[in-house]
Design a protein around this ligand. Structure first.
Ligand code: AMP
Ligand code: MG
Length: 348
């Protein structure tokens, strides 16, 4: 069990490191125009079960160290596996006095769960654990076990009064579907306060951009090809945006020829099989982008586009299991498709 946990984490880290490297390459590509770019300050470290790389141009000398410290602080509060974290305490004791930051994240996560009508449900944790995704000790739970666990899955039962949270007996929460997005928002705000005008924050598969590249052009962020670990289906050009992907390829196991991944449908307690292979959200807020990437993966292409038409405060790249790619109208110009892929542009 220990070995598979390590292997699983090692694979996640290798993938994250590759994505980070790849995104850096694309982001810096073309930054060397007539005006020389200011020297970047850069740091790479492991946190939140992935590899993070922060690249910052300009600003105070200690901005990067402050950003890294902030990530580690948030991780120590939010980690579901660190027994001393606020979330682990809440899960164990059924109630916890949260720090104002954690309470605010929980409040906003619960609001998003409601907004997507439960496709995102932060009380899914016992189900995720039953499948073995928290340890790497994978198993396919039987129907009876899943329906017993599903009785505890209901985000509407989480209480938050002031900064004190409480859960019904047997319920547990996991903010893993939104924590890195929120962290991106926090880091972007911190760096702006430190005078940074341009930064690329690679938090595993979550990319958060501050401003534009130092030469004034957009950052270019690759969207991975879910069917090819080394390929990408296209590149989005953005400034001041979060670009967050949820995909079945990020964490999965195979049993009897069937692939089971880590994104669960809260209605069934099983991996969401909606016909989508990945969902990439482009939005101002990292928290929103992160929550939506998970939720729209669960909804499937039709539900995702209906949601986009009803809200229009984000854009999305949908990659289906058959390899077809759909982008929403706001990305028609900002998305460059790789050769050999077929693209549909969804209209409002
Ligand atoms: P993400 O990579 O942002 O899509 O988040 C996936 C992680 O969130 C998984 O590893 C689970 O821990 C958790 N998760 C899976 N399905 C859901 C869901 N439907 N709602 C909330 N969290 C989920
Ligand atoms: Mg997410």
């Amino acid at each position: 069990m220990r070995r598979s946990l390590r292997k699983d984490r090692a694979e996640a880290r290798t993938f994250a490191a590759f994505s980070a490297l790849f995104a850096s390459f694309l982001a810096l590509f073309g930054a060397f125009g007539c005006t020389p770019a200011p020297e970047p300050a850069k740091t790479t470290f492991a946190a939140m079960d992935t590899v993070m790389t922060l690249t910052v141009y300009g600003g105070e000398a200690d901005a990067l160290a402050a950003a890294r410290d902030r990530v580690l602080e948030l991780e120590s509060r939010l980690s579901v596996t660190d027994p001393d974290s606020e979330i682990a305490t809440l899960n164990r004791d059924g109630t916890a006095a949260l720090s104002p930051d954690t309470a605010e994240l929980l409040r906003r996560a619960l609001a998003l769960c409601a907004q997507v009508d439960g496709a995102l449900d932060i009380t899914i944790y016992p189900v995720v654990r039953a499948w073995g995704f928290t340890t790497g000790d994978y198993t396919v739970p039987d129907e009876a076990a899943l329906s017993a666990l599903l009785e505890k899955v209901d985000y509407t039962k989480v209480r938050l009064e002031g900064d004190t949270a409480s859960l019904p007996a047997g319920s547990e929460i996991d903010l893993g579907a939104v924590a890195k997005g929120w962290t991106g928002d926090e880091l972007a705000a911190l760096l702006r306060e430190e005078g940074v005008k341009s930064a690329l924050l690679e938090l595993g598969g979550n990319i958060h951009t501050v401003g534009s590249k130092p030469d004034g052009s957009d950052w270019r962020v690759a969207v991975r090809d879910p069917g090819d670990p080394e390929g990408y289906i296209g590149v989005v050009s953005v400034s001041d945006k979060a670009v967050v992907t949820s995909g079945g390829y990020e964490r999965y196991f195979e049993r009897d020829g069937v692939r089971y991944w880590h994104i669960m449908d809260p209605r069934t307690g099983a991996p969401a099989r909606s016909g989508l292979a990945s969902v990439t959200i482009v939005a101002d807020s990292g928290l929103y982008a992160d929550g939506l990437s998970t939720a729209l993966f669960v909804m499937g292409a039709e539900g995702a586009l209906d949601y986009w038409r009803a809200h229009r405060d984000f854009e999305v790249v949908l990659v289906s299991e058959d390899g077809s790619v759909t982008v929403t109208a706001g990305l028609a110009r900002a998305f460059a498709l790789s050769a050999g892929c077929h693209l549909t542009v969804a209209q409002p």
